[in-house]
Design a protein around this ligand. Structure first.
Ligand code: CTP
Length: 391
C-alpha cells in the first residue's frame, strides 16, 4: 500500500485475503507506515515488513517478492504511487516489486476528487491500463473530512473480489449461467409466510465464481441474506411460483442452469387477504397444496447443449446421501446434482459446507468440508469438464 488515509482499510483487505486461504505479504511505502505501522502489517500478515530494498539484501527482496506473488494489489494507490508506477520509478520495495512482478497487478486508487480528476493522474491511469495494469475506479462518497466525491477507496470486499477475479481461469466466457438462490416464502396472510432456513450463500457463491470465470450471470434470488457482488444481474422473487416464472422466462438464453434455491414444496391452499386475528375462530391448521417442481419443469423444456444442476438438502449422510442424490438426479432429469447433509445446522447460513456431486453418467465427486466459494469452484470445474467431454 501507499501512503493515504485509506491505508487502514487495507487491513481488512489483508484479512479477507487470508480468510479466503491466501498467503499475503505486505510492501508498504514509507508514507503508508505513517498511517498504519509495520507491527500491524506484520501481525496481520504473519511476515516481516519493510519498505526498503536495503533490508535483507542477500535475499534480493524485490525480485523475490515479484516472483513469489501470484497477484499484486496496491490499496490504496495514491496519486504519487500511480505517477511513479506509470514512469517506472523504482526507489523503494513497492515500486521495484511492481517492476519485477509478472502476475496481474490491481491498483485501487484513493485520493481527493481534485487529485483523481487531475489530467496528470488520469493520464497516468490511462497509461497504466494500456500497459495491462488493472485499475479500479475509486468509489464515490465521503472523503477524509466532511467533503465527499469521487476518490474514496472502494469497499475492501470489492477490492478483494476484483483481485481474486484476476486469479480465476476465464473458462466461462461466452456462457450464460442462470442460478437460483435463497429460500422461497409462501404467504399465509399479508403478514406471515412459510419459509425455510436457506440464506442464499451457496447460490450467490456460485454466481460470483461463474462471473469471475467470465460468464454472464443471472441470479434469481429469493429472500437473500447475503450481498450479491457487482456484475451479476439479479431478479428478485419471493415465492416458488414467482421463481418458476422467472427461471422459465430466462431459460431459453441460458447455457448452464443451477437450481441452488430451497424452493418450498408446499404453499397454503388459501392465502388470507387480511391478517388472521387471534380470535376464537382462528384456524388451528394451515391446509397446504403442492407447488410445481421448478427444476423438473425446466429440464422438461431443455434444448440441446444446456446443462442442468440440481441441489439436494438432506438430513442423511454417507451411502444413503449418495443414493438419495442419484434418485433425485434421475427424478428431476438433471445432469449433475449437489447433495449435502444439512442436519445439525451444519450448512444453512454457514460459510462452510461439504457435499457430494453425482452426475447422470454415473460419476461421483466427494467434496470434504470446505468454503462455499471453493465448492462453487469445484462444481464449475465439473461443469467445464462435463461440457468438454460432451464435445
Ligand atoms: N426444487 C424445485 N422446485 C421445488 C422443489 C425443489 O425446483 N418445488 C429443486 C431445488 O431447487 C433443488 C432440487 O429441486 O435443486 C431438490 O430440492 P429438494 O428440496 O432437496 O427436493 P424435493 O424435490 O423437495 O424432495 P424432498 O423434499 O422430498 O427431499
Amino acid at each position: 500500500m501507499s501512503g493515504g488515509i485509506a491505508a487502514y482499510k487495507a487491513c481488512t483487505v489483508l484479512r479477507l485475503l487470508r480468510e479466503s486461504g491466501h498467503e499475503v505479504r505486505v510492501a508498504p511505502t514509507e508514507a503508508a507506515l505513517r498511517f498504519v505501522g509495520a507491527p500491524t502489517w506484520e501481525a496481520l500478515s504473519g511476515h516481516p515488513v519493510t519498505t526498503s530494498v536495503w533490508t535483507n539484501v542477500h535475499r534480493v527482496a524485490h525480485v523475490e517478492l515479484g516472483r513469489w506473488a501470484e497477484l499484486v494489489i496496491v490499496a490504496p494507490a495514491t496519486a504519487d504511487l500511480l505517477a511513479r508506477a506509470a514512469v517506472g520509478l523504482a526507489d523503494d520495495l513497492l515500486t521495484t516489486s511492481l517492476l519485477t512482478a509478472t502476475c496481474p497487478i490491481l491498483l485501487s486508487p484513493a485520493m481527493h476528487t481534485e487529485m483523481w480528476q487531475n489530467p496528470a493522474t488520469q493520464a497516468n491511469v490511462a497509461l497504466l491500463r494500456s500497459r495491462g495494469f488493472h485499475v479500479l475506479d475509486p468509489a464515490v462518497g465521503r472523503l477524509t473530512g466532511a467533503d465527499s466525491g469521487s476518490g474514496r477507496l472502494p469497499d475492501p470486499t470489492d477490492i478483494v473480489a476484483a483481485g481474486l477475479a484476476l486469479l480465476a481461469p476465464q473458462d466461462f466466457i461466452g456462457r450464460h449461467v442462470l442460478v437460483s438462490a435463497g429460500g422461497t416464502r409462501e404467504a399465509v396472510d399479508p403478514v406471515r409466510y412459510l419459509g425455510n432456513r436457506s440464506s442464499g450463500r451457496q447460490g450467490v457463491a456460485i454466481a460470483q465464481r461463474a462471473a469471475e470465470r467470465g460468464a454472464r450471470v443471472t441470479l434469481v434470488g429469493a429472500n437473500l441474506d447475503v450481498v450479491v457482488p457487482a456484475g451479476i444481474d439479479v431478479v428478485a422473487v419471493e415465492s416458488a411460483e414467482q421463481m418458476g416464472v422467472a427461471m422459465l422466462g430466462l431459460l431459453p438464453t441460458a447455457d448452464v442452469i443451477i437450481m441452488a434455491a430451497a424452493v418450498a414444496d408446499f404453499r397454503p391452499s388459501d392465502v388470507s387477504d387480511h391478517k388472521i386475528k387471534k380470535t376464537s375462530s382462528a384456524p388451528t391448521a394451515i391446509e397446504l397444496r403442492t407447488n410445481p417442481d421448478v427444476l423438473t419443469t425446466l429440464t422438461a423444456a431443455r434444448t440441446p447443449g444446456q446443462i442442468f444442476i440440481g441441489f439436494a438438502a438432506e438430513t442423511i449422510g454417507g451411502d444413503e446421501l449418495m443414493l438419495a442424490g442419484r434418485d433425485k438426479l434421475q427424478r428431476k432429469g438433471c445432469d449433475l446434482l449437489v447433495a449435502n447433509d444439512v442436519s445439525g445446522g451444519q450448512v444453512f447460513g454457514q460459510s462452510t459446507t461439504a457435499a457430494i456431486i453425482v452426475d447422470s453418467r454415473g460419476g461421483l465427486l466427494a467434496v470434504p468440508s470446505t468454503t462455499k466459494i471453493d465448492l462453487a469452484d469445484q462444481l464449475l470445474d465439473v461443469v467445464a469438464t462435463w461440457e468438454s467431454e460432451a464435445g
